[in-house]
Design a protein around this ligand. Sequence first.
Ligand code: AMP
Ligand code: MG
Length: 434
Amino acid sequence: MRVSAYPLIDADEAALLVLEHTPVLGPERVQLADAIGRVLAEDLVASGPLPAFPSSAVDGYAVRAADAGKTLRVLGESSAGRPFDGTVTAGTAARILTGGVVPDGADCVVMVEHVRVSGEEVTVPPSLVAGNNFHKVGDDVQAGDRILSAGSQLGAAEIGIAAATGHAQVPVRKRPRVALMSTGDELVEVGKTPRHGQIPDSNRWALLASLREAGADVTLLGIAPDEAEPLRRVVVEALERADALVTSGGVSVGTHDLVKPLLESLGTVHVGRVKLKPGKPFTFATLPSPLAGEGGPTPPDSWGGGPQGLRGGGRPDGDTKVAFGLPGFPVSSLVTFEVFVRPALRKMQGFAQLHRPTLPVRLGYDARSTPDRTEYQRVTLRREGRELIAETTGSQASSRLLSLAGAHALIRVPAGDQGLKSGSIVEAMILGLP
Ligand code: AMP
Ligand code: MG
């Protein structure tokens, strides 16, 4: 065993360093069909009002409120998409259907249920209120309104409003292309029978899931052996086409731990050890693009497919790439993913909100602290009256994935000897509510 040359960095400081050195990717335009989950690169502004015309909310008759109680002559019909071109004058009405344009001259719509119809005439109720039963121009959106802000994620409603305001394409940030690699001579492909001393490469699939959930476009590099040259070849080739590298294993101080020296040789290691439990060996580096001394310029962007960017931006030449060396222990790799990688991927995508939401919860157990490391403990949550109660998921060993499976939140336990007492209220980082 060597002694690590890397300083132990405070967990919050390490998180800030990661974000500080992570670039925001450039914009591109995508069709609405491809926009789900993407992050807006620019504010969307309405070019016109919504609705664009006074639009009936009901089926009935468009009339003048001043004609309340009268029997009116029906001049014609305004249905959705087929406006009535005439004008509603005193003593007249137009039949109107939901979504139809309220004709000139009319100032309210009477529901069909509230009138008496006889031939070409209609008798309206004794009291009518101007403005009733139709949507006015600009009721929903005024021309020039900012309808969606840069940094917001596009879900169904956001895509709907973009479509309603006539945007067939939307400007979004590129998705991070992430190369994912497991390292370790003990690893075998999942599904193959491990020989004595071997284990399935489970991190690959767990991290693939985390990466995809965080919006990344992932390339699987498979398992790299604990040998410097093959490891280097795989990483260098992958980085030609990736914005980020994520590895698991090979970052502690054993003699087979080759990821740190490799990243050191290719770029700058900003974080080499963290006062964090689990996840002390977490490593973060930035790498120049193209890699120094690794041959010619990066080939043209052939990933991602879609329409090319607005204002150039983001990729592929001349940008800094980021590399995350996650520890091998399954819980350590997923917790460091949550603490460091996920916020960084969100920054790359331009998310306004980088971190998981937090909620106040009451601890249902004594959370013991670690003297010199911030600890992220895994908990389940349950409702008790108006409160959320956090219970430990049991043994917090960094090898025990069951401490994270089914966990609803992470509790940040500050370093020290105080711990957090059962019954105290703390902010929990929400992974998924029960
Ligand atoms: P390392 O960080 O390389 O020292 O790995 C620490 C431990 O994590 C190893 O001894 C394995 O038990 C486990 N481990 C490493 N890589 C993986 C992987 N890809 N999938 C599952 N467990 C792993
Ligand atoms: Mg290893």
